[in-house]
Design a protein around this ligand. Structure first.
Ligand SMILES: *[C@@H]1O[C@H](CO)[C@@H](O)[C@H](O)[C@H]1NC(C)=O
Ligand SMILES: *[C@@H]1O[C@H](CO)[C@@H](O)[C@H](O)[C@H]1NC(C)=O
Ligand SMILES: *[C@@H]1O[C@H](CO)[C@@H](O)[C@H](O)[C@H]1NC(C)=O
Length: 475
């Protein structure tokens, strides 16, 4: 039996020499690197006063929809930031939504530095530099770029910074400035056990609008049906949007129903990053709604989580709580049911008098696959954002104290995800799957028609909406 030394000595002399040299070289490299970083750190004053001219800087601050760079334009890789949020769970910290080169190994990443900016009474800004931590958001699909969280720790009694800049090199001047979004009441202690399980306020998060999204009626139906089921607010990301939906978005925005954030992510979708950086948007939405909404739904425009026996989410969640005591449930998964668009319309539609009603997706498409997908596959989620830490498309990657707080796989008897789409593998063969008729959306028939029709008529002229075949307006 040979020990490690014995094995080493068995190598020819020159191999041994090479190995020793390599180890020495590496040790030297890392020690100087560390030293260089330390001395650079020393040259950066920990707290700098009046470094920035406030009137100059404040207009540039963002977290409301611009991607800013961390590194100079000519850098080898892009490194971008979108928003920053106060997180009060597990100690306080600032969470930044960032995108940079995919690296699943911790060692491949350069340490980020957070410059925290505080307002001083003398009209200037103080800054403080702290070391941050980069954490990849799980679903990168092996593409070159991924969304990340950067966590910047705050010490216990520190006041909340006004803004934060992310730096790659602590000695450099910041190239970005993010407003710290702070939804949590200052001074209040956060306690997970005090959270109520009831639906108080509900938000819907949708991935970035793209391909000049312009399905006017489907968009109206999505918003209005969700409002009927209990959604209070929608957070959308504007990558590209068509003229009619753009106009409708502005109408909803004016009424405070919808928040639209610009989403000009300068990284090529699908080639370099997963669909328009969807996971950065989903996690931005998680933190944007945290401490403000009790429940948040993450969906696409062709999806609706519809209760099987209840009229709205408030009733559904009250029932689920009574049945299972959901005080310690952090997220709810709903099974996917394909309602393929190739299946014929429900025959009832022929009898509808109103031409607009004949167009409503949830009333037309009532044939669905008998077999539902398993939880975790194409399922969609409703979360309690205060208890969740990292959102994926179909599952939650991290949530608060998972030993105590749990997820819940909602039974199809209680609710399922209605997913209206064409065959997912192309062609028309999907319609051969065994199917059943599910008319649970019919309970919203009158309310839905009324809501969509009112919007459609009200904005018809101004938004230059398409005429509904057979409709009386414009008269
Ligand atoms: C700050 O910047 C503004 C706008 O650029 C300028 O008008 C003002 O004089 C500057 N103030 C100081 C103290 O430099
Ligand atoms: C924070 O403030 C409290 C009350 O003022 C004090 O008791 C505590 O020691 C402070 N903690 C730190 C880390 O400064
Ligand atoms: C979406 O982005 C486009 C392009 O920047 C812009 O012209 C449009 O006004 C935006 N729409 C909304 C609703 O924010």
């Amino acid at each position: 039996m040979l020990g490690p030394l014995g094995r080493f000595l068995k190598f020819p002399f020159f191999v041994r020499l090479l190995l020793v040299l390599l180890v020495l070289q590496l040790t030297f490299y890392f020690s100087t690197r560390k030293y260089a970083l330390k001395t650079r750190m020393k040259s950066v004053a920990q707290t700098q006063t009046h470094i920035l001219n406030k009137t100059m800087v404040i207009p540039a601050l963002a977290s409301e929809g611009s991607w800013q760079t961390v590194v100079p334009e000519n850098s080898q890789h892009k490194y971008l930031v979108f928003s920053a949020f106060l997180d009060v769970r597990n100690g306080r910290s600032i969470r930044i939504i960032a995108v940079t080169k995919t690296s699943t190994r911790k060692k491949g990443l350069v340490k980020p530095w957070c410059k925290l900016w505080y307002e001083t009474p003398e009209s200037g800004l103080n800054s403080k530099l702290v070391e941050g931590e980069l954490k990849i958001i799980q679903e990168h699909w092996q593409l070159p770029y991924s969304p990340y969280y950067v966590t910047c720790p705050l010490s216990e009694n520190e006041s909340i910074p006004l803004m934060v800049s992310l730096l790659n090199d602590p000695a450099e001047e910041p190239l970005n400035m993010l407003k710290v979004i702070s939804n949590y009441p200052e001074g209040k202690k956060w306690d997970a056990n005090e959270l109520e399980p009831d639906v108080k306020k509900m938000a819907v998060c949708v991935k970035p609008l793209h391909y000049d999204y312009n399905k006017e009626l489907e968009f109206l139906e999505f918003i209005e049906l969700h409002r009927i089921m209990g959604a209070d607010h929608f957070i959308l990301y504007n990558h590209t949007v068509g003229p009619q939906v753009n106009c409708l978005l502005k109408k909803y925005q004016q009424q405070g129903i919808v928040t639209v954030l610009p989403w000009e992510l300068p990284i090529q979708s699908q080639k370099d990053i997963r669909t328009e950086g969807i996971f950065a948007s989903l996690n931005d939405c998680l933190f944007r709604t945290m401490y403000k909404f009790s429940h948040v739904i993450f969906l696409d425009f062709d999806e609706f989580i519809i209760p099987t026996n209840h009229y709205n989410y408030r009733e559904l969640f009250r029932y689920l709580h009574e049945k299972y005591n959901n005080k310690k449930t952090s997220w709810f998964s709903f099974k996917n049911a394909f309602f393929y668009r190739q299946w014929p319309d429900d025959p009832a539609v022929q009898e509808f008098e109103d031409p607009l009603e004949k167009q409503l997706l949830a009333l037309r498409k009532t044939t669905r696959m008998v077999k539902l997908h398993a939880h975790g596959t194409r399922s969609k989620l409703i979360v309690r954002p205060d208890l969740v830490d990292m959102v994926g498309n179909h599952i939650i990657w991290a949530y608060y104290n998972h030993k105590v707080f749990r997820k819940m796989d909602v039974a199809p008897e209680d609710a399922i995800l209605h997913h209206y789409r064409i065959c997912e593998f192309g062609g028309n063969d999907c319609v051969k799957h065994p199917s059943t008729v599910d008319r649970s959306a019919y309970r919203y028939r009158d309310a839905l028609l009324k809501a969509v029709k009112t919007r459609h008529e009200d904005h018809f002229d101004e938004c230059q909406l398409s005429k509904i075949e057979g409709s009386k307006y414009p008269s």
